[in-house]
Design a protein around this ligand. Structure first.
Ligand code: T1G
Length: 700
């Protein structure tokens, strides 16, 4: 039952100021009932002789989260946001918004149509539509530019980030910041403006920030980002709109923006990125666990291993406000690890992505310990030690000796069997995998790996903890490679067969880059170091996951490593290097020719399209198997994993979403074609057969 408009926006008058309180759970999004309520209450305030001014505020300490994303793609009804904004700007009483929590997207666009903006000191404002493949479509590109200038507007809209109130005040995006109750502050502010008398400032009519702008500024912005924005629509349209604000009359600019918004909304990228918005939130939900089971509170964490991963994890935890105790086996190892952490922080400060104050505060939360006894009081312990089961067992036995009962014991292992790790401790129910991705202080994805022995409480605690530290957690079952690396192994093997048949590392990589990946499989391996890939391969051969005698086994990696070529760090790998510059290497092409001959394969020209389809369908088919085996809770979790951890382009929504866009019936037909040509490795997943034959999406 939809909420009645009069309930979505409450009305009262305090000190001759009409206070319109938006209360539209869960985030005060601008859904139809809220828009109707806002319009009705606005007219009421405008006509109310007892009100000399009006304040618009959100209930539950938040203003407005933006347009209601659930309405996208649906026929619009009720008053349009632009109608409400036009009334606000024409009002003959001062309109003040009181912003607490956040004012985002359409929410901040409502604020920009007010005469004044008062923000609580803890509030944040932003125009994050670009994260949905969109742009601010209710005047945000025009009003933000006219209020703060094109440089600030572009940074804010292209970045899609949330700007703290103090910074927003400094940028001119809000007029005042209130330490106390922001509604009271806004009422006082409004009364002050009434006393001063009008006219009241209308942002869209301002010109001081948009005159005399050099058009080269926008051309440079497009050129600088052309590679990064390739395949996307919104970023380019955002630059166009901000540029339009500097050269068109206000109303023309709004029309220009409306057309640009439509182009973004109609593009496939909007559906893809809205899918990811909801998929990311769905991924955080653990199916089949009673809502009675609550996550434990995590306030302090012990990290074992001050290496690259341990250091990155430590930074991530300290940045999230947690007390971190970092342990390693020697003071020298700890000092080296801490030095690396401080270097990383200094790089971030130099880049302007954080402040020295924040870095100092984070460093103040990091303690170093040489003895496990230092972990006696922590709520969680994360080990990031060498990937060897004996080493893990030794570490978990030491944890047992000191950890308080119920402390969560997490392993950062990227491939080992988490149940085998758990069996080494007296409290296997408290053991969970938390597979971070390097660099751990940057990469958003964390795979929470649940073994059979993990308790539901441990699982929900680890998932909530993933969000608490600003990560995107995905729950994974305990199988070789979990979700991400299991799929990587499958499509990496398909890339190898493509090379056996006639392709090259650079052709495969270029085809994937053209599709939208920032980097191809082989360049990525060269950068990680081929000794790492070789170790993974040897492990797969030992466990029987890979058969080196199989006709489709391609020993190119082995031949390259035997030639002492271990990737970028040795100046040669799948590519040859001039410093960091990679280029095709005839030596590798020659190796491939020999391998094809040894295998009796006649090499052929392979089109990029075949490369993309075979690599992507290898991902999709393996992803479907992972879902049907229960290793992933849902198909969209595969999309979250691949877009947040493996470089799959967000504007394509992830491999499973991409497959749905092609049509699962077409995908199934293609996989069956490959199965007929190549045999068992292309046997279609049962889930794909069911959905492909039914012609539905993954959910059925
Ligand atoms: N519309 C509909 N539902 C939304 C929503 C929205 N804008 N934002 C959040 N939700 C749901 C979300 O799916 C989840 O639902 C619940 O609210 C809690 O969300 C014209 C066109 C506001 C910072 O992009 O960034 O305005 O899972 O878990 O961590 O120019 O939600 O409980 O069923 O994220 O406290 C622009 C998107 C829209 C902001 C809160 N605005 N939202 O974070 O809670 S486009 C955005 C967020 C637009 C205009 C254009 C965050 C949050 P469920 P949550 P949170």
């Amino acid at each position: 039952m939809t909420m009645k408009p009069e309930d979505a926006v409450r009305y009262e008058v305090r000190d001759r100021v009409a206070v319109l309180t938006i209360d539209f759970p869960p985030v005060n999004a601008l859904g139809e009932p809220m828009r109707r309520g806002l319009m009705a209450r606005f007219d009421q305030a405008q006509a109310d002789p007892a009100a000399d001014a009006m304040v618009i505020v959100g209930a539950n300490d938040k203003f407005i989260a933006g347009a209601d994303i659930r309405e996208f793609g649906l026929p619009k009804s009720g008053p349009m946001q632009s109608e409400i904004q036009a009334k606000m700007e024409k009002a003959d009483k001062p309109v003040v918004v009181a912003i607490d929590g956040y004012a985002l997207g359409g929410g901040f666009e409502v604020a920009l149509a007010a005469h004044y903006r008062v923000a609580a000191s803890r509030a944040k404002v932003g125009l994050p539509e670009v994260n949905l493949g969109l742009l601010p479509g209710a005047g945000g590109t025009q009003r933000a530019t006219r209020l703060a200038g094109p440089a600030v507007a572009l940074a804010m809209i292209l970045g899609g980030n949330q700007i703290p109130a103090a910074k927003a005040l400094q940028l001119g995006l809000v007029d005042a910041v209130a330490e106390g109750d922001v509604t009271e502050a806004a009422i006082a502010f409004a009364r002050q403006k009434v006393a001063e008398g009008g006219p009241w400032p209308v942002v869209i009519e301002r010109t001081d920030k948009v005159t005399g702008i050099d058009p080269q500024f926008f051309a440079d912005m497009r050129a600088k980002n052309a590679a990064k924005w390739k395949g996307m629509v919104a970023p380019f349209k955002i630059v166009d709109c901000v540029e339009a604000a500097t050269r068109l009359e206000a109303r023309e600019g709004l029309v220009f923006e409306k057309e640009a918004f439509k182009a973004c909304n109609d593009a496939p990228s909007r559906a893809a990125q809205v899918h990811l918005f909801f998929a990311e939130r769905a991924a955080a939900k653990v199916e089949g666990v009673s809502p009675e089971i609550k996550p434990k509170k995590i306030r302090s964490v012990g990290v074992i291993g001050a290496g690259t991963m341990g250091g990155g994890i430590t930074m991530c935890l300290a940045n999230a406000g947690l007390v971190v105790k970092l342990l390693d086996s020697s003071q020298a190892a700890i000092d080296a690890g801490l030095a690396r952490v401080k270097d990383n922080y200094q790089t971030s400060v130099a880049r302007g992505s954080t402040s020295q104050d924040k870095v100092d505060a984070a460093l103040g939360r990091i303690e170093t310990v040489l003895d496990y006894a230092g972990f006696a009081d922590v709520d969680m312990i994360i080990e990031a030690v060498f990937e060897n089961m004996d080493v893990k067992h030794e570490v978990f036995r030491k944890i047992d000796a000191v950890a308080k009962p119920g402390a969560v014991r997490a392993s950062n292992t990227s491939a080992l069997d988490i149940d085998q790790v758990a069996r080494a401790t007296k409290r296997p129910q408290d053991v969970i995998g938390m597979h971070f991705f390097s660099p751990a202080n940057v990469m958003k994805l964390v795979e929470v790996v649940r073994g059979d022995l993990a308790s539901p409480e441990t699982i929900v605690t680890a998932m909530a903890f993933g969000k608490q530290i600003g990560k995107v957690p995905v729950l994974a079952g305990n199988c070789p490679g979990f979700i991400g690396n299991r799929i990587l192994a499958r499509y990496g093997a398909e890339g190898d067969v493509l090379m056996l048949e006639g392709s090259t590392p650079w052709q495969v990589d270029d085809a994937l880059k053209e599709f939208g990946f920032p980097m191809g499989i082989y360049l990525m391996r060269d950068m990680a170091g081929l000794d790492v890939s070789l170790g993974v391969r040897r492990n797969a051969i030992e466990t029987g996951a890979v058969d080196p005698d199989a006709p489709d086994f391609v020993p190119l990696l082995e031949r390259i490593c035997e030639a002492g070529r271990l990737g970028q760090k040795t100046g040669a790998g799948f590519y040859k290097y001039d410093g960091r510059k990679a280029s095709p290497d005839p030596e590798v092409a020659e190796m491939l020719t020999r391998i094809s001959a040894e295998k009796g394969v006649t090499r052929r020209e392979i089109a990029d399209e075949e490369i993309v389809w075979r690599v992507l369908l290898a991902m999709v088919n393996e992803g479907a198997k992972i879902v049907e085996e229960g290793i992933a809770q849902r198909a969209s979790d595969i999309d979250v994993t691949y877009t947040f951890g493996y470089g799959f382009p967000k504007y394509r929504g992830g491999p499973m979403f991409w497959a749905e866009q092609q049509g699962l019936d077409k995908v199934l037909a293609k996989v069956r074609e490959y199965e007929a040509r190549y045999g068992a490795r292309w046997a279609p997943a049962k889930l794909l057969v069911e959905r492909g034959e039914a012609g539905t999406g993954w959910k059925g």
